[in-house]
Design a protein around this ligand. Structure first.
Ligand code: CA
Length: 272
């Protein structure tokens, strides 16, 4: 069972345990997971390429080379119509777009969890001047697909993909970063934020965007930290959205702005 299906399957237990969730919604998610399992089984039996390779083939067939928008559209279509992909998706992607569009010239962005390069392309296409995305991916096969997708989208000069564990790579980075997108292993969000803080990769005004902190995932420790810790203060708020490509299921992003020391008494805007 691959990583994507595992992530979806893990959410079954969360869904079943969430007694506040209406029964039709629980059944909807379980149905979606079984649909994905069926698609994966058919792809395996039909000796089709793995989903990430199939997505790259789809992009090359359907998108226009050098046109990042068309690459994003193709990836969204592939994930909706053919095989689920754990991309950021177009709904949450628009929230990210608005943040990236506000970044200064020559902005530096750090992404944890490149996967196939969807959000790296999404951010790179909006960076101005010599803006750069540094993106960390632990899975070498996914990193190769992401590199090919960035190349096809024409943003390869703005995206630097580093292959390895975030815990190993973060201490080697040089900051500061204007924006950090967390979209990797959910259990690593908090410890990687601590690593980022320890390395001095943030400055006042830096934004941390944490994807998948909605009800399907347990992000309580991370959310508590960015909303309440007095030592490395943030102004933090939750943006409600939908799970990528499964719009019936709620999800959300936490957007946290690093404050300077002494601003720690600012009230949290958190609502999630
Ligand atoms: Ca995600």
């Amino acid at each position: 069972m691959n990583q994507t299906i595992t992530a979806l399957a893990m959410s079954i237990s969360t869904t079943l345990a969430a007694d506040f969730r209406p029964i039709p919604q629980r059944l909807g998610l379980i149905g979606a997971i079984f649909r994905e399992l069926g698609r994966s089984a058919r792809a395996t039996l039909g000796r089709q390429p793995r989903r990430e390779r199939a997505a790259l083939d789809f992009v090359r067939a359907e998108a226009v080379e050098g046109d990042a928008e068309s690459v994003l559209c193709a990836l969204d279509r592939f994930a909706r119509e053919q095989r689920f992909m754990m991309n950021l998706g177009d709904d949450k992607g628009r929230v990210l777009d608005a943040l990236v569009a506000q970044l200064p010239l020559n902005a530096h962005v750090l992404e944890l969890g490149t996967y196939c390069g969807y959000s790296a392309v999404r951010m790179a296409r909006l960076l101005r001047g010599g803006g750069q995305v540094v993106s960390i991916e632990a899975n070498r096969r996914h990193a190769r697909i992401a590199q090919a997708i960035c190349q096809f989208a024409g943003v390869e000069d703005q995206v630097r993909i580093l292959v390895g564990e975030s815990g190993t790579i973060i201490p080697t980075l040089t900051g500061p970063f204007d924006l950090v997108l967390m979209d990797h292993n959910k259990d690593e969000y908090l410890v990687d934020l601590w690593r980022i803080e320890d390395k001095g990769l943030l400055e006042p005004g830096s934004k941390i965007v944490a994807d998948n902190v909605g009800p399907l995932f347990d992000a309580r420790e991370y959310l508590k930290y960015v909303r309440t810790n007095p030592y490395n203060p943030y102004r933090s708020h939750y943006v409600e959205s939908r799970l990528e490509y499964y719009e019936a299921h709620p999800d959300g992003m936490e957007i946290s702005v690093r404050l300077s020391a002494g601003q720690g008494d600012s009230p949290s805007l958190g609502t999630g």
